[in-house]
Design a protein around this ligand. Structure first.
Ligand code: GLN
Length: 189
């Protein structure tokens, strides 16, 4: 992992927080807004934010195809929250755009109005305990194929991994200090 460059998709949402979290782990990250910048990185994070906005800008900048091409060539991707939605093969009750890479069906804003945002202690397979901050979070309704459930919260799937190339979390690890998930993604590179 030493010397690997992590790209943070920096179109909208919580990209600066991911850069800071990788900094705390001693890893280098760069902001990605174009296919040329994407070509320079060894792994990509799609941050939380608004999945419709990020998806729209992604297509405008030709990043949708570029990301799929890099993924097909072996680049690992981690999606958090809106990023999880953008990785999913299926988005429940919606025709919204996604990259359709991960064998999961996600439900947007799935925890309901009363608990728009909340924090919870989570136990992640292979990683251990972490604090999860959920902000209008999705959850995963269903996985298939090679997708492996890493964590649930109140019986809802909130973290999934697919092979050594895809990771997705419904919560925001960039907003907590521990760095467990960031180090885990680095180990996938
Ligand atoms: N609710 C947002 C969406 O549907 C995701 C929220 C987030 O990323 N914190 O895109």
């Amino acid at each position: 992992m030493a010397g690997k460059r992590i790209g943070i998709l920096a179109l909208q949402g919580a990209f600066i927080e991911h850069e800071q979290a990788f900094n705390r782990c001693g890893a280098r990250s760069i902001e990605v807004r174009s296919p040329a910048q994407l070509a320079e990185v060894d792994g990509l994070v799609i941050p939380g934010g608004e999945s419709t906005a990020i998806g729209k800008l992604m297509r405008e900048y030709g990043l949708d195809k570029a990301i799929k091409d890099r993924f097909a060539a072996g680049m690992p991707i981690w999606g958090t929250c809106a990023g999880m939605i953008l990785l999913a093969r299926e988005v429940a009750d919606s025709k919204q755009f996604s990259l359709e890479l991960m064998d999961i069906r996600v439900k947007r804003n799935a925890f309901g109005r009363q608990i728009n945002s909340f924090e919870a202690d989570l136990e992640i397979a292979d990683i251990g305990k972490t604090r999860g901050i959920f902000i209008r979070a999705p959850y995963v309704e269903k996985t298939w194929g090679e997708a492996r459930i890493l964590a649930t919260y109140q019986d809802k799937i909130v973290a999934v991994q697919q092979g050594n190339k895809l990771l997705s979390t419904a919560f925001h690890p960039e907003l907590t200090e521990g760095g467990e998930m960031h180090r885990y993604f680095l180990s996938m590179l």
